[in-house]
Each structure stands twice: as structure tokens, then as C-alpha cells.
Design a protein around this ligand. Sequence first.
Ligand code: ADP
Ligand code: MG
Length: 244
Amino acid sequence: MLLEARGIVKSFGAFRAVDGADLAVAEGDIIGLIGPNGAGKSTFFNVLAGDTAATAGTITFDGRDITRATPEEHAQLGIARSFQVPVTFEDMSVAENVLVGAFLRHPGRAAAEAATAEVLEFTGLAPLADGRARSLGTPGRKRLEIARALATEPRLLLLDEALAGLTPVEVRAAIELVRRVHARGITLVIVEHIMEVILTLAHRAVVFHQGRVIADGTPRAVVADPAVVSAYLGRSMSRRAAPR
Ligand code: ADP
Ligand code: MG
């Protein structure tokens, strides 16, 4: 397994936002992580990316114990993530935001700039490269989150609602981008609310509910699972919001 998380708990006081979650990710996987709001998905990503320490549990990456590794060590090992709420340097240009990521593998300015140019081209941000990040709309921001993460040249990329807030046309373009990211050889775990995206992209779907994994299987099997339907009761699991 590329990544193996076992028995992950993340407590905030007496509240367990993640309550004993397991996840195994094989190299080359695209895993869709779904679940109602507040299920603990983002908190789980925070733990996997080393942004916050797990209260309990163990995580290995490529056979190495990373449970207590720093965010920098995670990045160095090849784990990158996008944030649900973009963490953009608003007054820097789009290119400079990506350059920050590129310095991880390319300490020299020229090489970092070349790597940045490639990522900007790849993500379709090249025409916006010199504009301030603050001038970007939602699709640009979502792309910049992905570009910043890609610039660190990850083996595993965790995307947290990278398609949220996009129009159906923009969602289709973003799905295409995610496919091309995967074709680069990058393993993906994506948190996504639009079921059609999960059904289209994911090899496997993992369902979170109240900090635990309540289903893990093929996307089609998982959406038909009574426990999953019940966790979503009163919420839209339909394909209404789907891109067509
Ligand atoms: P999801 O991403 O699945 O919507 P989150 O991981 O963001 O869920 O949140 C899971 C639960 O943990 C929520 O009830 C949220 O309010 C709580 N939570 C998240 N971060 C914190 C924090 N820093 N302190 C206290 N509670 C938190
Ligand atoms: Mg979230």
C-alpha cells in the first residue's frame, strides 16, 4: 500500500471528529471520500497531510511510519493536499503562488520557475499567471489550489472539494484535469459531494459518517448501500447536480 491509515482518531476536547477511521490507498488509486457535512473528511485529510496530529492511530506511507511527521516532511515524502478553503497568497501573482510549491523540489530559482511554468500550462492557468491571486474567480482559485499542490511533485494528492462551487461546464473541465493529474502517475484521494464525479472518476468510494468509515467499495455498490443511504437521509444523493 502507498498509504495506510489505521484507527485514526482526532479529538477536539471530548468530541471525536474522526473516530477510528481506516484507509488503505494503493499506488494508482483514485479514491472518492464522501459523507455528509461534518462527517470528519477534512479533519481526516488534515491528519493524513500532517497539518494536525492524530489523537490516536498510525499512518504509514510507502512503508514508513509518518504518524508524527511534520507537514514539511509529508510534502517532502510526496503527500500534497488542496484545501477546501483555498490558502492563497492574495497579493502575490498566480505564478508566485505556484512557485512557492515548486521550491520544494527545485531550490534554484530558474529550475523552480521552469517547473512552475509547466504546472501553469498543465492546469490551464498560464494565461492568468501574472495576475494577482485575489483577482481569480472560483474556477481559477480551485485550479490554483491544485497547481500549488502539483508543484510540490506529489505521489499522493488529497483533493478536498476541489470542484465545489463550479458550474456543470467547469466541473467537466475539472474532471478532465483530475484525469490528467492521475495520468501523470499521481495517486488521488478526492473529497467530493457531486456523486456523478465520484461515479465517473473514482475506482473506490469510502464513506465517512460521524468520523467513521461506514462503507468502502466500488462507487456503484457504495451508493446503493442502505447504511450509506440512511447516513444521507434528507440530503441529496441524487444525480440532479450532475454535469451532463
Ligand atoms: P467534513 O469535512 O466532513 O464536512 P470536518 O472534518 O470539517 O467535516 O468536521 C468534522 C467535525 O469536526 C465537525 O463537527 C466540525 O465542526 C468539527 N471540527 C473540525 N475542526 C474543528 C476544530 N478545529 N475544533 C473543533 N471542532 C472541529
Ligand atoms: Mg470538509
